[in-house]
Design a binder for this molecule. Structure first.
Ligand code: SF4
Ligand code: SF4
Ligand code: SF4
Length: 296
């Protein structure tokens, strides 16, 4: 069922949406960063069995939905869920449930704590009003498993590498390994006095950590670390890839501050039902940057 249709017919509060079948509803459950406890899962299964049709639907945004709940059972079903600490998700023109990959907690490629960021984003922004739906995703590294740049706000773990000359054997592996071809090898001198030096073309670097993870001599090390912040991504009928607002945000507080300012900018300029990326295209990225970043 198209989400717009569901949103238009949302009835009894957060996460409860009317189905096309008369008198039947679906319950959209909140799973921040895709996490639910075993106790919560057990309760969801019981509610699906007792009040639905014994099946749950896993959404594309890490959500769990119980479909086919009759109107007469809505209250009992919601009460049973809340008693197990299961919260409802969101619909309509609001900040939706925050999506995240496992990140550094369990993934060997992760460079940031995605769960921690998602939990804090949930605490600060979940269910806040916006001109249209507003989606956020956190992804632990440039592999981008949660598709950060398809979201209104995308947070991607990022590093900026430094080169340690004394550890480098000049094997040149990093030149072919860098996916952005951002590593440059300079050579000076001639036979006998030949010297080499590696550096990063910062404009091209996507802060992915392939060099720091794969250099055999550990000559590429993590210099600075943080988050690449994307804004204005959306899918739907008129998809738009997000724009990089800032390549390397180094502190969590700055990250949350920039996201707060982004929401304010959207509320100021966004038209009803207009996704943020389309607002950016209408008013211009320069205006948006100025409002969010100021003189940065
Ligand atoms: S985005 Fe990176 S950290 Fe997250 S699951 Fe994928 S590979 Fe792991
Ligand atoms: S992969 Fe490491 S050791 Fe090899 S050239 Fe690059 S920096 Fe030097
Ligand atoms: S961080 Fe990634 S893009 Fe940047 S230089 Fe290293 S391998 Fe290349």
């Amino acid at each position: 069922m198209a989400e717009r249709e569901l949103v238009l017919t949302a009835v009894t509060g957060p996460g409860v949406l009317r189905q096309k079948q008369h008198d039947y509803y679906l319950l959209r459950i909140k799973a921040v960063a895709g996490d639910l406890s075993a106790v919560q899962l057990g309760c969801i299964a019981e509610v699906a069995e007792q009040y639905g049709r014994g099946v749950v639907h896993l959404s594309t945004r890490q959500g769990v939905e119980i479909h086919h709940v009759h109107h007469d059972n809505l209250e009992s079903a919601q009460l049973a869920l809340s008693q197990a600490g299961v919260e409802m998700g969101a619909s309509g023109p609001r900040v939706r449930v925050i999506v995240a990959c496992p990140g550094e907690a369990t993934c060997k490629w992760g460079v940031v704590d995605t769960k921690k960021i998602a939990t804090e984003l949930d605490r600060r922004f979940f269910y806040k009003e916006a001109p249209s739906k507003f989606k956020m995703a956190v992804t632990g590294c440039a592999n981008n498993c949660t598709k950060a740049n398809e979201n209104d706000i995308g947070v991607r773990g990022a590093i900026e590498p430094d080169w340690v000359a004394s550890s480098c054997c000049d094997c040149q592996l990093c030149l072919s390994l860098c996916p952005a071809k951002a590593i440059v090898r300079d050579e000076t001198g001639s036979n006998g006095t030949r010297e080499y030096h590696y550096r990063i073309d910062q404009e091209s670097c996507i802060n992915c950590s392939a060099c720091t993870q794969h250099c055999p001599g550990e000559a590429w090390v993590v210099g600075r670390q943080g988050y690449t912040l994307f804004i204005g991504g959306t899918m739907g009928k008129t998809p738009r890839f997000a724009t990089v607002l800032k390549k390397l945000v180094e502190s969590e507080e700055e990250l949350y501050d920039l996201i707060e300012k982004t929401l304010t900018c959207y509320r100021t300029h966004g038209r009803k039902k207009e996704r943020f990326g389309h607002t950016i295209d209408r008013i211009g990225i320069a205006t948006v940057r100025e409002e969010i970043l100021g003189g940065q």
